[in-house]
Ligand binder design. Sequence first.
Ligand code: HEC
Ligand code: HEC
Ligand code: HEC
Ligand code: HEC
Ligand code: HEC
Ligand code: HEC
Ligand code: HEC
Ligand code: HEC
Ligand code: HEC
Length: 356
Amino acid sequence: MKALIIALILAAAIVLMIPAASFVYESGGPDACARCHEMGTPVSRWQSSTHRKAGCAACHGDALTTDPKFHLTNARRVWQHWNGDVAERARLAPADVFAILERCRNCHQQEFAAWSTGPHAIRYKQIFLDKKHNSTRHLMDDCLRCHGMHFDGGIRDLVEPLNNKGPWTLRQAELSEQPVIPCLTCHSMHREGTLLEQRLLEAKTLGNRQEKFRPSLAFFDRREMAPVPVALLPIPVVKEGERAVKMSPDPRQALCYQCHAPLSTAQVFSGDDRTPVGIHEGISCLACHDKHRQTTRASCATCHPRLSNCGLDVETMDTTFAKVTSSHNIHTVKCADCHPKGIPPKRSTTAAISRR
Ligand code: HEC
Ligand code: HEC
Ligand code: HEC
Ligand code: HEC
Ligand code: HEC
Ligand code: HEC
Ligand code: HEC
Ligand code: HEC
Ligand code: HEC
């Protein structure tokens, strides 16, 4: 009997210790986090980031978070910390990548809505259980480079069977509806950046000193399991036959090339490449595609006068913009494709177009 009471008291103590420990972890502001992450750069980086006015909890959760696993993990960390059992660098766990998405949404509703109605909100089941794709191409670890980069494991931990016959299933059914290209594929938070108020002053800054891209832009590199800032990402050399295609200098599109890449032959339009050649050569993906929905509707008018070179409204001309089945792909069409006998003389006076 006495043993039972002791056991009960011990059990109660353990149960109470979890909230106590997780409370130690979760209470207090950034200073409290810094007590343990002191050597870790996260806190100091956050202090000079665009998000320095958003508390840690806004993205990482706090005592009010309802998921019990969250508190258990935190209690375990207090234990790990006391034991000195800490990895060299803390890293956001894959499950937290999905949890954080909802928190980004709280503050960035417009961007979230645009992303979630665009092609990049595609889910695990759509990428990895696609019958047509799986029966023609072998599932392999490299698939995860461009979709599912945060997944903790290899392709064999994700899908079974790994053959061309199927039927295929996800080994972790809970991933089924999760996005393979979440915000953190393209954005990293703990990096230097200016606040909105400082950005308002930017209008008064000389053009060539203004920011070229938002500070958080980075591609989550699966091999490193870390984000690589856009400034360090290469813009590939793309070729049309032997000729090197003129590439837009926009550094942001380096991000697109991580996935929409040509094959190793570097030929334009091979693989998933869409580098513009012909009429739009040298123009950035982001001059036409909206950053989150990838829509193009609004873009034509930013460069084209109502009546262009041809004396026509470009939006109604025979390209894939007006009709998906058009043989004139907007990325590759040339003057000569529509004017095989040479460019006709101008009848109307048309305004000049600017190139970006
Ligand atoms: C008692 C020491 C301690 C305190 C206080 C502490 N942490 Fe941690 N934290 C840890 C340890 C230990 C890890 C796990 C490192 C590892 O995985 O090896 C960790 C990991 C993390 C991670 C990355 C792992 C993940 O899955 O998300 C985040 C984010 C994090 N902490 C945020 C915070 C925030 C925000 C605070 C303040 C509210 C905080 N921590 C306070 C010790 C602490
Ligand atoms: C508590 C509210 C809040 C949360 C949560 C939040 N943000 Fe922000 N975010 C802001 C504010 C405020 C700005 C500054 C606005 C500006 O500079 O234009 C900002 C700026 C940004 C920018 C532009 C500047 C930059 O650093 O590139 C990006 C991108 C961004 N947030 C993405 C995210 C993502 C992704 C998440 C989720 C991991 C997130 N935000 C979570 C409030 C928040
Ligand atoms: C270099 C990056 C990259 C790799 C590696 C990659 N994909 Fe993709 N995947 C893409 C891009 C980009 C698209 C969008 C293509 C488009 O719509 O033009 C895509 C689209 C898809 C789609 C949507 C349907 C379709 O065909 O458009 C499926 C399914 C898919 N990929 C599965 C896979 C699988 C399975 C693997 C591994 C065998 C894989 N991908 C490897 C970049 C990649
Ligand atoms: C705007 C959202 C946001 C805020 C605010 C924020 N974090 Fe993070 N944190 C992230 C994201 C996203 C990651 C994943 C790595 C990255 O994107 O830089 C991360 C990663 C981490 C990591 C893991 C280390 C790593 O490099 O992956 C720790 C530890 C951490 N944060 C602690 C904190 C602490 C402590 C605070 C408050 C001082 C804080 N974070 C504020 C979004 C945020
Ligand atoms: C495929 C890559 C990609 C994904 C995924 C993505 N973004 Fe972005 N995001 C971009 C690009 C590109 C920009 C433009 C940056 C610039 O102009 O410098 C951007 C800009 C932003 C900005 C700044 C807007 C401004 O006007 O300054 C915010 C905020 C933002 N994204 C939030 C999010 C959120 C939240 C998610 C997830 C719901 C998300 N993004 C997912 C690529 C992405
Ligand atoms: C992490 C990999 C990745 C990155 C980075 C990325 N994409 Fe994608 N993109 C994909 C995949 C995968 C799909 C296919 C999604 C689907 O079929 O719904 C896709 C689909 C698209 C589509 C629609 C394709 C269609 O068939 O309708 C467009 C347009 C697009 N991406 C443009 C861009 C642009 C512009 C950028 C750079 C700002 C970019 N993407 C960055 C992986 C990526
Ligand atoms: C001159 C404007 C323009 C530029 C520059 C541009 N696109 Fe497009 N893109 C379009 C239009 C228009 C469509 C077809 C209509 C639509 O889906 O909006 C399209 C469709 C796509 C599609 C899906 C349909 C298809 O053709 O397979 C992908 C993927 C794509 N673009 C990726 C890119 C990438 C990646 C870049 C940069 C390397 C880029 N685009 C540059 C205008 C452009
Ligand atoms: C960043 C600027 C820019 C954007 C955005 C843009 N274009 Fe163009 N476009 C040009 C330039 C520059 C030329 C002329 C090339 C030349 O004269 O060699 C051109 C030429 C054309 C032509 C050939 C006929 C003509 O009158 O010159 C068509 C058709 C066309 N664009 C369609 C579109 C459509 C449709 C969109 C929207 C999806 C679009 N463009 C978006 C810059 C742009
Ligand atoms: C998608 C097809 C298409 C493309 C691409 C195209 N054109 Fe045209 N163009 C036409 C059509 C259709 C007309 C009107 C019928 C005609 O005169 O042949 C026209 C007419 C013209 C005219 C006569 C305009 C006038 O005043 O009557 C000129 C000049 C012209 N195009 C120049 C160009 C140049 C330069 C390019 C490349 C930058 C180009 N076109 C690309 C379809 C195209």
